[in-house]
Write a protein that binds this ligand. Sequence first.
Ligand code: ATP
Ligand code: MG
Length: 420
Amino acid sequence: MQPLRGTKDILPYEIKLWQQIYNVANEILTANNYYEIRTPILENTELFNKGIGNFTDIVNKEMYSFNDQGERNITLRPEGTASIARAFISNKLYLKQKINRLWYLGPMFRYERPQRGRQRQFHQLGIECIGSSLPIADVEVIRLAIKTLDALGFKEYILEINSIGNMAERDIYKNDLIKYLKLYQNDLDRDSQKKLLTNPLRILDSKNLNTQTILQQAPKLKNYLNEKSLDHFKYVCNSLKYLNIAYKINDYLVRGLDYYNCTAFEIKMKKLSNQNTICGGGRYDTLIEQLGGPYTPSVGWAIGIERLITIKNKNFHLNKPQNIIYIAHQEILDKYKIWDILDILENYEIKFELDLSNNNLYKQIKRANQMKAKICLILGEEEIKLKYITIKWLETGTQQKIHLSKFYNYLKYIKQQLET
Ligand code: ATP
Ligand code: MG
């Protein structure tokens, strides 16, 4: 039995890293007054058709959609923002406060060709700052993406940023772009030829070299932006400079979802060439209104966790000595003592593992060594009879006998030793 293509088990030894990412994000985002939200994985397909846009890659060819037993058309969410916009509307979050700062971490589903850093079930950590049209909100969210990556120990990345203006500006630009590209229609790659009719802006970030050459002489989106859009973008860039966040303006950056306007950005790893984008985000002022809510300008981003982990895993070691106490014991009359000892260990928040093997003491101690425990507590017949515990320090082999009545206090010393 194999997992479905493009899906993966996250195994116990990997969980620490996932927990670390969750904890770091939680700490930074909570300090900035962001609140975690968890929305359902299943949504009406219509949400994504309307929200992400019918002609985007995601809606067009990547969605996991099906009819349920009640003939409802359902989709496994391919991203987080549309669901959060939906939750914002259906729970009327706008009645409680003007600005809603939300974050999430969870699985997303896209039917894509699986490869390194690209799965069909993957996870995103994302934030949404909902309710402000000010450029300072864009700066806040970009700063938090950088903070989060820095706190997780990432360094070799670059922030790319662009302004894609508002709908009206883009419409005029789109017409001119189409006019220009039609002159070279036959030289464009097949995918771009199709996009010429459906989603011409997406041609800008084509990876095809021929298409890229044609684009060099194409009209530039930034020349179509009015003063308001330009000022917004200037404010964001100047603030990034002030914050010492290095960035590169990328005229061709447009993002894959329809709902973005003004600021669009991506964070890329410098060293990787494929699947090097670890974070994508931008401003989406009209999405919530488009889905039936009040006009609510917003901005956010999403980080792909698997892509982070493929980079980070190299520095992640297993099998180092564990701060764990192994409890070896013999078939004994007074087994209750064991439960008392477990209680004491729990009180001290010391990690332990109780032997369940039915092996003799010698083999149990061997097992403690194999799993690189620091200490083995030994409770043999003799120990129970005379009410003491043998404590074996596995790194040195030193053995001590401690009377049960003194064990509780002695653990204070053990705990200190484990922590140094
Ligand atoms: P790409 O161009 O790589 O397909 P995208 O523009 O479709 O990315 P977004 O929708 O912006 O990606 O999602 C934000 C982040 O989520 C990406 O930067 C990436 O890190 C991650 N991501 C997107 N799709 C996948 C996937 N299929 N597998 C793993 N991570 C993904
Ligand atoms: Mg994609």
